[in-house]
Design a protein around this ligand. Sequence first.
Ligand code: SF4
Length: 435
Amino acid sequence: MQTVALTTLGCKVNQFETETMEGLFKQRGYEIVPFGERADVYVINTCSVTSLGDRKSRQMIRRAKRQNESAIIAVTGCYAQVSPDEVKSIEGVRIVLGTKERTRIVDYVEQAAREDGLLDGVSDVMGAGEFEDIPLFGVPTRTRAFLKIEDGCQNFCSYCIIPYARGPVKSRQLPHIRREAEKLAAAGFKEIVLTGIHLGAYGKDLPGHVTLADACREVLSVPGFKRLRLGSLESIELSPDLFSLIREEERFCAHLHLPMQAGSDAVLKAMNRHYDTAEFGRLIQDVERELPGVAVSTDVIVGFPGETEELFRESLDFVERMNFSRMHVFPYSRRKGTPAAAMAGQVPEHVKKERVHRMQALADRKAEEFHRSFLGKKMRVLFETEQEGITDGLTDNYIRVYTGDAVKTEEIYAVFLEKLYKDGVWGRIFPMEHE
Ligand code: SF4
């Protein structure tokens, strides 16, 4: 039996896409092996969102080549899409696919086994297109499943390469979303996470004013799973309809990831974000009032071109006033081909590093404040992993909870939150309240 090893760099969407490709290989009789092992075929699903993503992608390609000189190496994803020539020049690469055409990955591999030379399947993604609908065939664990319902973005934030790598918005049809949700529920998944590159834009390309709230309703009409979580969402896209659905539907997780990117109006404008800090702040207030206990996590980029020390301090002050439960802090990464790459006022690397450090310290303090506000409360936790007698999992509002009590992974328990512990909280189980 031919063996195939796949690896993913970057976001949840990539992770989902790797799982679907894995399913395609299994269906055609391939055995899936870990990426660290010798395999006949290697698939590297790359990322290009930062220069680190590019570098790691190249490292994984070289690693595959070292593990088996004669393997067929296929490179897909955002880095392959935006820099195909760089990828083709790496020794050992036999197939370059980009962000389209992945439904045909096995055909490409079989063609490469018959013919010499390099197969180039990268095609233009900038025109309108349809959602590449690859059904799930196999599912690795039964805790949390990612369900991709949208691809592409046409927001063109000035720093971001994604619109060039993925093209415009392409939404999955509602009946197909339902079909996949049914499959996941039947497989025993407790939690479904809806993902997309620009999730809030779901439906823009479909006839009949279909929205993200409609996609959520479709999934919620499927019985058998316990939690529905949304992936990253642009704040201005949190519609009243979606708001009330989150409030009324018990299975909706009280967690929203709303990327803010900067807490300074001048920087937000230069980033081509479509809101200012006042609007963002108002929305967070609405969220906190309407959805008590909700966790709002965010992303922040520091060291954007033109970000002076004064503007950075504005960002720090703004974050200080927000109750973010978790923050992902990134240094700005210059991406060739984006408007920000050509902007004046590029910030030196050592300054970016120092700002990441200051913003991260604030983020850690905010996360601790958020966790502290739940001590003494009882919450439901979906346990996921066990190591040396300690099991951990997540509440619906994304607090990581650890316990030394006897629990089963992939199950939900009621937990009393006792004290701060590591990046989350330590808890005790209510033994009679296990779902
Ligand atoms: S919304 Fe902005 S940051 Fe997000 S994928 Fe689109 S262009 Fe990139």
